[in-house]
Structures are given as structure tokens and as C-alpha cells.
Ligand binder design. Sequence first.
Ligand code: ZDP
Length: 280
Amino acid sequence: MTMIDFTKMHGLGNDFIVVNCLRGEHVAELVEATVRLCDRHRGIGADGLILVLPASDADFRMRIINSDGSEPEMCGNGIRCFAKFLYDTGLTTKTTLAIATLAGMIGAELTVTDGKVSAVRVDMGIPRLERIDIPMIGATGEVVDEPLQVLGRTFATTAVSMGNPHAVSFVEDVERFPLEQYGPLVENHPSFPRKTNAEFVEVISPTHLRMRVWERGAGITQACGTGACATLVAAVLTNRAERTATVELPGGPLHISWGTDEHVYMTGPAVAVFTGSVRI
Ligand code: ZDP
């Protein structure tokens, strides 16, 4: 019987089970147990499992597994939780971290209040816009306001990779948009060979976007950090927003800025909810 210590955390209600695997133990068993651990009725309950791993080329390495067991390249809300976990538990004293992910190296700047991390600013890197980099099927070039047919509806979709794929569509009234109906159809649309996260966005003003997300491998979540970054990029590309804006998600706001260095910066909170020990 193996007991694993974990911390339950969230970033704007996008929730994760975070486990210290710095000694390299039980990684395969944990990955294999992800679906069970993330189950909201029979497990701890979470949108994903985050593993804290050692890295030779960075301060730490992050792996994230979605609640359905698939492994995405990156996770914006998760990486803020990851950084807070490291600092608050004393695993690092640095307030600037280089974190290795499947989407490459990610930089995080920690804001410390009363000895604990309250917010994290993450350098999410340069968004990739070429169709093949999403990846999305079709002719070369960028995918900007391109018609995507789903059931009887046509969305004007902009595709952005933040390491993971996003299909961003602007709608009139995001509150009333039937996300549970269209989300899974966009996620599994044949144009996206690795599936996609699906964002639906209402423009409140050029500095205020309201977004709801259907996540690849997780379904409706309260927030998606990479999705908020993709949303801002898509809104700038289609002249709907300025390069710095607030993206309001069901779980709360994220501040996103697409810098003159072409990197996207995301600032938001991270919260530790409880710690526990679970059998895997
Ligand atoms: O790309 C995917 O499969 C996403 N479900 C990964 C998780 C993204 C996340 N919600 C985020 O904040 O970027 C954690």
C-alpha cells in the first residue's frame, strides 16, 4: 500500500492535486491513478494532477495530467499553483523560477505576502499561430476568424497555440451560450488532430473580455490560464482588444498582456485549500 501526500490547490477555481515527486518516486503509479484521484465523487476531486519533478536544465519540471488521464503540454493556472507550492512549502526560496514543461521553459515571478505566495506572473512564451503548430488541418497560414462549422452553426474561429491548442470564437452573449453542447463538438472537431480547448468570448470592451471554456480532456472548468492568454491573442489579432486586457472567467479575472517582446504574460492568484494523504 502506497500513501501519497498531496496539496489540493486552485487558480480561480481551476483545481489541482499537487504532489511532490522530487525524489522521483511513484510517478508512473500516480499518472496511472489520475482519473481515480480526480473523480469528484469517489476521489479527491480535481481538474488535473500536477507532479513536481526535478530538472537538470531548469529549477523544476512540471507535469500535468488532465482529469481524463491525457497529458497536455502546458497549464497556465496550474503553473501558478505549482510555483506557490514550491515556495510555501520551503522547497525553494527563489521568487523567480524557470520551470520546464512539455511546452518549453516557462518563467514565473512570485508575489509574496506575509511569507506566502499570493499571486504569480507567468511568462507564457510566444504564441504560435501557424496552422500546423496548433495543430490544425488545412492550408498553411494563420487561422484568424475562419469559419468553423459545428452542428448547424458557423463560428468565426481564431486558432492559437500556447503550447496547447486553443480554438477561440467570439459570441454575442457568453452567459447564455450553450457551452455543454458546442464545447465537446469543437474539442473533437476533425480539423484538430490533437483535439483542442474551446473558448467562447464576449467583448465587453477593448480591455475587458468575458470568456467561458470547454477544456480538452476536462470539460467545463472555472478558468483556464492558457485559454485566457489565447483569448487575448485572438482578440488582438481580430482588432477586438488592446494588447493588455482583463480576461474575466467564471472563476474570476486574469490579467493578460501581449508584450512588445511578443511574449504573453499572465498574472493571477493561486490558493492552497488543504493537504492530505491518499492511497494509490
Ligand atoms: O490543453 C489541455 O488539454 C488543457 N485541458 C490543459 C489544462 C489547461 C489549464 N486549464 C490552464 O489553465 O491552462 C490548466
